[in-house]
Design a protein around this ligand. Structure first.
Ligand code: NAP
Length: 271
């Protein structure tokens, strides 16, 4: 089996990386950062997001495994003191995996150019200098006119991240769809939006057509994309979202119950 390690730069992650690399070689597994079958991330959920984008062109050939150097994360099933157990699982690997849906985005600019992106957690769009104004289309039909700070469009596994902070619902990660959540929408006698998050199914296409032309910032997971330039030669006109054809695969050597994870992370102790 060909294995790669992708770690963040903290001292603890570097220590665990060194240890794991030695254990991998001792167990007779092949270290291959270019064409891995399994990518082990060491750090947190954020590190897994970075690894996902690093290997985005090879998603169909890779299964991910996350080691968390702090608390247990949402994409990380292993802790830093479980290296031996993980290497045993790699040696006994029988190809077991679980996969989750991703979000596909198609951005269209005023000069006719089109750029595509894929998100594991979410994409947000905001206007950084004034109120964002856009028309929201569901399956090509106008649904509402949005005014506010911005919109957050998340995957099922991303629903526990930014989406949750802006009042979105948590989605079962096995559901296939995506979610739209508002960020500080303006709602009064003149402007009106639905005011609640919407969960779309597998076949829905969501489109945002921007009414204003300047100062939009779009995020794709950890990345921030400025969608204008100072000379204003091109600006973002519209963004379409749908469930991506690609999925992310994890090597499922152990099962951590998702709802226990949600409880541990957001509710804690209690009886
Ligand atoms: P960060 O701002 O350094 O950390 C964001 C936090 O979100 C970290 O604690 C991270 O966990 C956690 N996280 C990441 N994915 C998650 C998921 N699917 N479910 C639950 N928690 C998750 O940013 P970052 O590490 O570069 O991560 C980028 C993500 O941060 C974005 O995709 C977005 O979801 C989130 N974010 C949230 C807000 C907000 O809630 N207001 C604002 C900006 C960005 P670890 O500590 O394990 O890495």
């Amino acid at each position: 089996m060909r294995v790669a390690i992708y770690n963040n730069e903290t001292g603890e992650s570097q220590r665990v990386t060194k240890l794991l690399r030695a254990e991998i070689e001792r167990a007779g597994l092949v270290y291959d950062g270019h064409h891995p079958e399994v990518v082990i991330t060491i750090g947190g959920d954020g590190t897994l997001l970075s690894a996902f984008h690093h290997y985005i062109d090879k998603l169909d050939q890779i299964r991910f495994v996350g080691i968390h150097t702090g608390h247990l994360g949402f994409y990380t099933d292993w802790r830093n003191f479980e290296i031996d157990d993980l290497v045993d699982s790699l040696v006994q690997d029988s190809g077991q995996s679980v996969s989750y849906p991703l979000l596909d985005m198609r951005t269209v600019f005023s000069d006719g150019t089109v750029e595509n992106f894929v998100a594991l957690n979410e994409s947000t769009i905001r206007n950084i200098t004034r109120t964002m104004v856009c028309d929201v289309y569901i399956n090509n039909q106008l649904f509402e006119n949005f005014r506010g700070d911005g919109l957050c469009i998340s995957t099922p596994t991303g629903s526990t991240a930014y989406n949750k902070s802006v009042g979105g619902a948590i989605m079962d990660p096995h559901s296939v769809g995506f979610q739209l959540a508002e960020m500080a929408s303006l709602n009064n006698r003149v402007f009106r939006t639905l005011g609640s998050p919407i969960i779309f199914g597998a076949d829905t296409k969501l489109m945002l057509r921007l009414r204003d032309t300047n100062d939009h910032v779009m995020t794709v997971d950890r990345e921030q994309l400025r969608l204008y330039n100072t000379k204003n030669q091109r600006h973002l006109l519209e963004v379409s979202y749908q469930v991506a054809k690609k999925r992310i695969y994890f090597a499922r050597y152990r099962h951590t119950n998702f709802w226990n994870r949600v409880k541990d992370s957001f509710i804690g102790g209690g009886k």
